[in-house]
Design a binder for this molecule. Structure first.
Ligand SMILES: Nc1nc2c(ncn2[C@@H]2O[C@H](COP(=O)(O)OP(=O)(O)OP(=O)(O)O)[C@@H](O)[C@H]2O)c(=O)[nH]1
Ligand SMILES: [Mg+2]
Length: 296
């Protein structure tokens, strides 16, 4: 019997959802940073086993949204929650239940799909806290199972995958074996650029940035991809920071993201970046739609 299905990964910003997603899929598809609200879209990743196909959906972190961009992100996550066979609710390991965790549990009120609680980052706490924590969570919600893991160190992931396989219904192979994601190379290229921006810049800048691919041209004979991308920011002052002294910041973003692209695409990449100001784009539904962050 072949099993397949869709598994949503939800949790607070920075809980480690994308780290777990990439660890399972075995490729860096979703971007990861130390700052919250890194992921903005639903991203599909496929894990193939001999007897099952597990389709994971990485999502933006759940939070109380304040801006139109944040509202669109939370909306994306809520829609994902309603359309999966199994939900993984990821939290950060702590010595006790955190108010953040209660906020997440509240969001499970209408859910029909079984929910697995995944306690991540167990490498950061003493083991003695885990069992009491698991017991407490069992009293708060009817979790199908609770798994302590470290997505970063790869601990506990195999047990989680085995449990997921058990829970999935009989079903077809939705994707061919050699496909790891349905995200386009254009999308991933833009995300890799945004990852470096988020890592290298401070304060509000990561949250004011959207990357658009203007050109994506493959030369198969030369195994070369030419990419031109626009980095959109909200203000002139942000543009100056993004470019940096004598262009140093932009150059660093370009070099680092190009290396990631070359690794994933298995081709040489020629990357051209430029910065432009789209005033207050995070508050404009029209711009959010244009950047693929809000549905039409
Ligand atoms: N120590 C430790 N750090 C982890 C672990 N998993 C993830 N991290 C770190 O936590 C930070 C956030 O990881 P992400 O995977 O980007 O988190 P996310 O939940 O996708 O965050 P958003 O996309 O912002 O919602 C990164 O710095 C990761 O390296 C873990 O198991 N242990
Ligand atoms: Mg993420």
């Amino acid at each position: 019997m072949f099993k397949s299905g869709f598994i949503g990964i939800i949790g607070r910003p920075n809980a480690g959802k994308s780290t777990l997603f990439n660890a399972i899929v075995g490729e860096k598809i979703s971007i990861i940073t130390d700052k919250p609200q890194t992921t903005r879209n639903k991203i599909t990743g496929i894990k193939n086993c001999s007897d099952a196909q597990l389709i994971f959906l990485d999502t933006p972190g759940m939070h109380r949204p304040k801006t139109p961009l944040n509202r669109a992100m939370v909306q994306t996550t809520k829609e994902t929650i309603g359309s999966v066979d199994v939900l993984l609710m990821l939290i950060e390991a702590n010595t006790d239940v955190h108010p953040h965790d209660l906020f997440l549990i509240e969001s499970l009120a209408q859910i029909k799909a079984p929910v697995i609680l995944v306690i991540n980052k167990i490498d950061l706490i003493e083991k003695k806290f885990l069992l009491p924590l698991i017991d407490k969570f069992h009293t708060l919600y009817d979790f199908r199972e609770i798994f302590p893991i470290s997505a970063l160190k790869g601990e506990g992931i195999d047990d989680l995958l085995n449990a997921l396989k058990e829970m999935l219904p009989e079903g077809p192979k939705y994707y061919p074996d050699d496909i790891h994601t349905d995200a386009t190379e254009r999308f991933i290229a833009a995300e890799f650029i945004r990852e470096k921006i988020t890592l290298f810049t401070k304060q509000e800048i990561p949250y004011s940035t959207a990357v658009e691919i203007e050109l994506f041209k493959e030369d198969e004979e030369k195994n070369l991809i030419s990419i031109a991308a626009a980095i959109n920011v909200e203000k002139e002052s942000q543009k100056a920071i993004m470019i940096g002294k004598k262009g140093a910041m932009l150059k660093n973003i370009g070099t680092q993201s190009r290396m990631e692209m070359e690794k994933l695409f298995g081709a040489k990449v020629y990357l051209e970046l430029f910065v432009r100001v789209k005033k207050d784009w995070t508050s404009s539904d029209k711009m959010l739609q244009e950047f693929g962050l809000l549905k039409h």
